[in-house]
Design a protein around this ligand. Structure first.
Ligand SMILES: NC(=O)c1ccc[n+]([C@@H]2O[C@H](COP(=O)([O-])OP(=O)(O)OC[C@H]3O[C@@H](n4cnc5c(N)ncnc54)[C@H](O)[C@@H]3O)[C@@H](O)[C@H]2O)c1
Length: 500
């Protein structure tokens, strides 16, 4: 029993009730090894419950003979658990039963040939919204998280031009003068070669096992920094400081990192939880309208799959949000961005490692990678998502899944954000159709094309025919032609400081 007391809680501990021979035995078992066994004489249910608590019993086993029905019923009131037959000894029954449970972490001898290791890793990370700018000397977030563990900064080239001086002052004064590298944020540069460069520089800077890679930039920089963090010393700490809208509302909340290779987007990558993301929306003041629009596409996606009211909010303020670089109207900009972050978190959290490959957040991400690669990345990620969303809804209209009014509505909204509704780089329908085979492989054998039925709710479709795709492409092209004819509205904002 001493062994039973000291055994790790994850081990399977049985209270075995033998109704055929010895009335009651307490035993602890690890895998197929019986560690402790003791006869217990006092069989009153109250005593049993107390004993089970004391020994941290997590399973009760009963050996029953033919005439034990009433007794079993009595014990089951206290312990509704497994029953072994009268022919099997309680110890053997316990071993066999333990092999089928495999609930806790540890090494389990399942059968003579298979020994299973089971280990569960707890995942938890924060999205933090600092009170000051992330690299303001008065802002403690980064300094507090990193402490004296050391860090290595991976900085987007454009961000370095605009904020490099401020970042270096902060790094010297608050982070112990860490090493750094500046990276080019283009899809062509988002490769293993550049990840290798980052890793080499981090090792040369002396980054230790408990140190942190800090990625500062848009989705491209964060993808490379995150992958590097997951590879360096088999995983060092990782902190994100997103500086684009895609980075803030999408990349920052997940655990995925990928680079392009073999003419495929994000084909090499890892799931690696960050320590935290420091989400400072003031970085958006300096991004281009095109980059804001790309982020808006990801937010429209979230609204379409989860929140119809958020779509209305965006429809009312799209032009001002772009012109102000998501700074005005202040309350609307914050409300929409934080809602998008939260909805994304809610979708990701129960399925962080994508065990379930039917995901509503994949709306807009079925044709998009082919649109990007086929255009040699002339179409940006967000633009490809926008085109994909239109195409998916148009296919949904043909299939009579989507509300036909939704297509026009979404096209107007994307147009208001300055997103192109069509592109000369869109490949022929046969190419798009063929690319779906790759998506099916990626999604474990099912297409899982997400199609909104109305704003805020979706359905999955498992096949797309050439006819449907051609119809969809024609419908979107017609919308794009209509959009060109619409008059341009000039919005004045009070954000002269950002030079809009
Ligand atoms: N890992 C994920 O979960 C995930 C999710 C979504 C998207 N992505 C990836 O993210 C990438 C797209 O990200 P993105 O839209 O942020 O693009 P990006 O990283 O290419 O940045 C866009 C442009 O903005 C510049 N920039 C960045 N911050 C700036 C700032 N504050 N001021 C001025 N210029 C700035 C960059 O230098 C770049 O030229 C794609 O490669 C996509 O695959 C990854």
């Amino acid at each position: 029993l001493a062994l039973a007391y000291s055994a790790p809680e994850s081990w399977i501990r049985f209270l075995a009730i033998d109704l055929v021979q010895v009335p009651l035995t307490a035993l602890a078992i690890r895998g197929r090894d019986l560690l402790a066994e003791q006869r217990i004489d006092d069989q009153s249910p109250g005593k049993l419950a107390e004993l089970a608590r004391m020994l941290k019993i997590n399973h009760v086993l009963m050996r029953v003979g033919h005439s034990a029905g009433e007794l079993v019923a009595r014990y089951r009131e206290t312990f509704p658990e497994a029953v072994v037959s009268g022919r099997e000894s309680i110890a053997n029954g316990a071993r066999r039963y333990a092999g089928t449970l495999i609930k806790g972490d540890g090494v389990w001898h399942q059968t003579g040939e298979i020994t299973k290791i089971r280990s569960t890793r707890h995942v938890s990370y924060d999205i933090r919204h600092p009170r000051h700018a992330a690299f303001d000397l008065n802002e403690d977030t980064l300094a507090t998280v990193i402490g004296n563990h050391g860090s290595f900064l991976v900085i987007d080239e454009e961000v370095n031009v605009l904020y490099g001086q401020q970042i270096r002052v902060y790094a010297n004064e608050r982070l112990g003068a860490p090493g750094q590298i500046v990276v080019k944020a283009t899809e062509r540069a988002k490769t293993l070669r550049h990840v290798n460069r980052i890793c080499r520089a981090a090792v040369q800077s002396g980054l230790a096992r408990r140190g942190y890679v800090v990625g500062v930039g848009g989705g491209i920089t964060l993808d490379m920094a995150g992958l590097s963090a997951s590879l360096l010393r088999r995983g060092v700490g990782y902190i994100r400081v997103p500086t684009t809208l895609v980075g803030l509302v999408d990349v920052s909340v997940g655990i995925k990192h990928g680079v392009n290779a073999f003419n495929s987007k994000n084909i090499i990558g890892s799931f690696y939880p960050p320590t935290c993301s420091v989400n400072d929306y003031s970085f958006l003041r300096t991004v281009s309208a095109r980059t804001i629009a790309s982020g808006a596409a990801e937010i429209v996606k979230m609204a379409l799959v989860r929140d119809g009211r958020m779509l209305q909010d965006m429809e009312r303020h799209a032009a001002e949000l772009v012109c102000s670089r998501w700074q005005a109207p202040t309350d609307v900009a914050a409300r929409i961005a934080l809602r998008a972050e939260l909805l994304m978190m809610e979708e990701l959290a129960p399925n962080l490692f994508e065990e379930d490959l039917a995901r509503v957040v994949d709306f807009g991400h079925t044709f998009s990678s082919t649109l990007e690669t086929f255009s040699c990345y002339q179409i940006s990620h967000g633009e490809a998502v926008a085109l994909d969303m239109l195409l998916s809804i148009a296919i949904g209209v043909y299939k009579q899944i989507s509300d036909p009014l939704l297509l026009d509505r979404v096209a107007r909204l994307l147009d208001a954000f300055g997103l192109p509704l069509w592109s000369k780089y869109v490949p022929p329908p046969q190419v798009l159709l063929a690319s779906l085979n790759g998506i099916i492989r990626q999604r474990g054998g099912s297409l899982n094309l997400v199609i909104p039925t109305v704003a805020g709710s979706t359905a999955y479709s498992q096949e797309v025919s050439l006819k449907e795709l051609e119809f969809g492409m024609r419908a979107v092209q017609q919308l794009a032609a209509k959009a060109v004819e619409r008059p341009i509205v000039v919005i004045r904002t009070s954000h002269e400081s950002i030079g809009v």
